[in-house]
Structure formats: structure tokens, C-alpha cells
Design a protein around this ligand. Structure first.
Ligand code: UGA
Length: 439
């Protein structure tokens, strides 16, 4: 099929490339000329393993192009995907829907024949119904334009795998829809042939599936981090606790890694937008627990700063602190609401000289926190350090051994913000080791 994908950020660029990989002809549409130029030149403007190969392969095969022209897109597309961002509004919990609204307002007047628009962005429940009504109002094709919601569950770092082999496809369709499901089945034929669940729901349920999933994941992480707080108070070990409760299939071990908590462009803003929407719907009590989930998460950052301060004799003033990791998680260069950078910034504000190293997120970090010092390597970052903080669990950091840093640091003190090192290995080599939620 001929498909358009509006928005070529993490979600849109991945979706566009993967749809082309499935054999469709795809046009990626954005208003950001710099992003378009980069993609046209075969370069992905962010780090996502495997994406560049798929991009280039499909460009060379003539199945994938980019444009800033809505007229070209309206002419070309048999179906359209909406993959623009829905960031948190400044100073509010609610999601900023201006990018989503803008695509609909600009595209709809150009739609003169039957088509389906599939929303993929994470939106507050009720948005799809509102946009559907608006489309009918302003699209020349009227009711022949259908709006369906097809939430995206991809994780950064595994975006290709999650798009081409998702664990479920969810499709919300309008009550009077006649074609959305059939068109989706055609687009996703190869994916559905693998036999994964295809759940067709009403619009509101499909929007909520996405926010509920992210709220659950955030809650799971904050649950184990609350246990970590308790373990610290009681002298217990949260990593062993997680292994033990995770054996229960009803609980499961995934997303029970205690540490510095969650960040990124999704979980934090999604739970806040979910709370804001519940308030608008008069059901705010149902989600007040998410405020606590958010609080527990933010407390982990403060705790990390406290541990660093304790490590250097209770004052960070003039201390040399090495920070390993700046991305919000490994295998990503995304620093949006990154716990690691947040901690680095707080420590610097308390008077320490902070040196940061991250395998992929240096450029983005520099842009966000230009006043931190950036090193070229782990060893470079740890030079003369009074304490080393491991804040993002890149494989390169997990594999570190005391011998790598023994002669580099000033004090042999490491704080493992992701519980990804083996404490005994460091203690046996004469290091002080602290983990979050471990004795
Ligand atoms: C998340 C969801 O996992 C995806 O399913 C969803 O599609 C996406 O948001 C989205 O809404 O677009 P992502 O933001 O890529 O994906 O990152 P996750 O892998 O979920 O990690 C989020 C944060 O939680 C990271 O900062 C990570 O370090 C932290 N985390 C994760 C923990 O602290 N502990 C864990 O056990 C797991």
C-alpha cells in the first residue's frame, strides 16, 4: 500500500522505515526540514540500533521517501499514520496536543477521497473521538475519511524488533467504521501472519490501553524502588528480593530492577497526562496513586545525590565526581528527563566538579547541560575522582572491573545507581561499593 507517516521523530521514523521494510511504499512527512534532510541523506538523527540499515535499504529500493508537503502526502497516501509527539505542557501535567491537532487541521482539507488515518501518538482518552469529528467537519471527503487509533508500544533501543514483531496489535475503531479494520489487516498482514493477538476495540479503550500499559510499567518500577527504600532502612537486599518475588509468574521479574528509576520521553509525562485526564473526567481519585509513583521515582534521584554527598565527606563543595551514563537508559542517546543527567546537574549545583561520560548521548547532553564537563572515555571521566557514580547501565559500564579504575581515581568509591555491578568484586579489590536498596 501507499502509506504516509506524519512526524519523523523516534516513533514516526521507525514506523515509516518498518512499513517500507514490510514492502509498502512510504512517504515520511514532517515540518522539520533538518530532520527531513538528515533522513533523506540516509542518516537517522538519533541513535536507534538497526534503524539506519533499514532506512537506507528501503530508500535504495525506492520504497521510502520524505517530504514536507502535505499536498503531496494527501495525493500519495491510501492511509495515513499520525506519529507526532505529545509532550508534557510547560508547567502543567496535561499533554500538549498541538502537534497532533496541527496535522489534522492541515491534512484534512486536502482529503478528497476515501482514506483511513491511524493515530499512533500517545493521547489522552477522548482525543480520537474529538479528532474524528473534526475530520468529518473539514475534510472534503467527509465521512469517507475514517479515524482509527493504533497505539504504539515500542521501546527505544528495541524499536525495530518491537515494530516488526510486536507482542500485540491494538486497533481502536469508531462505532460507524466500515474500513479501518480491513485496511489495518492489509497493512499489517505479514505481522499478523506471525499469529500475535490483534485486538479490535472502541476508540476510547485503545487510547487507554496505551496509557494504562505505561502507568503499570511505571508503577512496577516504583514498587520495587519503594522496596529498595525499605531494604535500605532494614539492611535487606532489593536485588535478591526482586529475584525471589519475580519467580512468581503472577509478578514476573521484568521491570523490577531497582535503581535510579524511570525517565525518558514517555513514562514520566504519560503518567502525569493520565492523572490530568482523569481529573478532567471527574475520576481523579482513581489515579492519585500515580502521584505517589511519581514521588517515589523522583526520590531515587535525591537519594543518589545524598549518597554521593556522604561518599565525599558530607559536602560536595569542591569534590570531583565522575558520572557514567547520561542517556535515560542504555542503547539510547535520548536524554529527555534522564535520571542520570538530573543527578549530575543537582550534584554540580551543590558545588562539585562533575565529569560525565556516555557512549552515545554526549551531544544531546551537551545541548541540555552545557555547563557539565564531558569526558572522552570512562577512564577520562574517572580521572582523579573522589567518587564514581554509575547511573545508566550501558554494557560497557557493566563490564568494568576494579582494575580498570584502580590507578585512575583518587578515592576507590563507587555508587551503583542501577545495581548492575557485583558488589563483592569491588569490595574484594578494596573499593567502597554502594548500591541503591542494598546493604
Ligand atoms: C516505554 C515503554 O516501555 C514502551 O512500551 C512504550 O511504547 C514507550 O515507553 C512509549 O510510550 O513510547 P521507553 O521509554 O523506551 O519505553 O523505555 P523503557 O524501557 O520502558 O524504560 C523506561 C525507564 O524505566 C528507563 O529510564 C529505565 O532505566 C527505567 N527502568 C526500566 C527501571 O528503572 N527499572 C526497570 O526495571 C525497567
Amino acid at each position: 500500500m501507499r502509506l504516509c507517516v506524519f512526524g519523523v521523530g523516534y516513533l514516526g521514523a521507525t514506523h515509516a522505515a518498518c512499513m517500507a521494510e514490510l514492502g509498502h511504499e512510504v512517504l515520511g512527512v514532517d515540518i522539520d526540514k533538518a530532520k527531513l534532510a538528515s533522513l533523506e541523506a540516509g542518516t537517522v538523527p538519533f541513535y536507534e540500533p538497526g534503524l539506519e540499515e533499514i532506512l537506507v535499504r528501503n530508500q535504495e529500493a525506492g520504497r521510502l521517501r520524505f517530504t514536507d508537503s502535505y499536498a503531496e502526502a494527501a495525493e500519495f497516501g491510501e492511509a495515513h499514520f499520525l506519529g507526532v509527539g505529545t509532550p508534557q505542557k510547560r508547567g502543567e501535567y496535561a499533554a500538549d496536543l498541538s502537534y497532533v491537532d496541527s496535522v489534522v487541521e492541515n491534512l484534512a482539507p486536502l482529503l478528497t477521497g476515501p482514506t483511513v488515518i491511524f493515530g499512533k501518538s500517545t493521547v489522552p482518552v477522548g482525543t480520537a473521538a474529538r479528532l474524528g469529528a473534526r475530520l468529518r467537519e473539514i475534510a472534503p471527503a467527509g465521512a469517507e475519511v475514517e479515524l482509527a487509533w493504533n497505539p504504539e508500544f515500542l521501546r527505544e533501543g528495541f524499536a525495530i524488533e518491537d515494530t516488526l514483531h510486536p507482542d500485540r496489535v491494538v486497533l481502536g475503531v469508531a462505532d460507524d467504521s466500515t474500513r479501518s479494520e480491513q485496511v489495518a489487516r492489509e497493512i499489517y498482514a505479514d505481522i499478523l501472519a506471525e499469529g500475535m493477538p490483534f485486538l479490535v476495540t472502541d476508540l476510547a479503550t485503545s487510547e487507554m490501553v496505551k496509557t494504562a500499559a505505561n502507568a503499570f510499567l511505571a508503577t512496577k518500577i516504583s514498587f520495587i524502588n519503594a522496596m529498595a527504600e525499605l531494604c535500605e532502612a532494614a539492611g535487606a537486599d532489593v536485588t535478591v528480593l526482586a529475584d525471589a518475588i519475580g519467580q512468581d509468574a503472577r509478578i514476573g521479574r521484568k521491570f523490577l530492577n531497582a535503581g535510579l528509576g524511570f525517565g525518558g520521553g514517555c513514562l514520566p509525562k504519560d503518567i502525569r497526562a493520565f492523572m490530568a485526564r482523569a481529573g478532567e473526567l471527574g475520576a481523579d481519585q482513581a489515579l492519585t496513586f500515580l502521584r505517589e509513583v511519581d514521588n517515589i521515582n523522583m526520590r531515587r534521584r535525591t537519594r543518589m545525590v545524598e549518597l554521593a554527598r556522604e561518599a565525599v565527606g558530607n559536602s560536595l563543595l569542591g569534590a570531583r565526581v565522575a558520572v557514567l551514563g547520561a542517556a535515560f537508559k542504555p542503547n539510547s542517546d535520548d536524554v529527555r528527563d534522564s535520571p542520570a543527567l538530573n543527578v549530575a546537574g543537582q550534584i554540580q549545583l551543590q558545588g562539585a566538579a562533575v565529569t560525565v561520560f556516555d557512549p552515545k548521548a554526549m551531544e544531546n547532553s551537551r545541548r541540555l547541560f552545557p555547563t557539565l564537563t564531558y569526558a572522552e572515555s570512562v577512564v577520562d571521566a574517572c580521572q582523579g575522582a573522589d567518587v564514581v557514580l554509575l547511573l545508566t547501565e550501558w554494557a560497557e559500564f557493566r563490564q568494568l572491573t576494579p582494575a580498570d579504575l584502580d590507578s585512575v581515581v583518587r578515592e576507590k568509591y563507587i555508587i551503583d545507581g542501577r545495581n548492575c555491578l557485583t558488589p563483592s568484586q569491588w569490595r574484594d579489590a578494596g573499593w567502597k561499593y554502594r548500591g541503591l536498596g542494598r546493604p
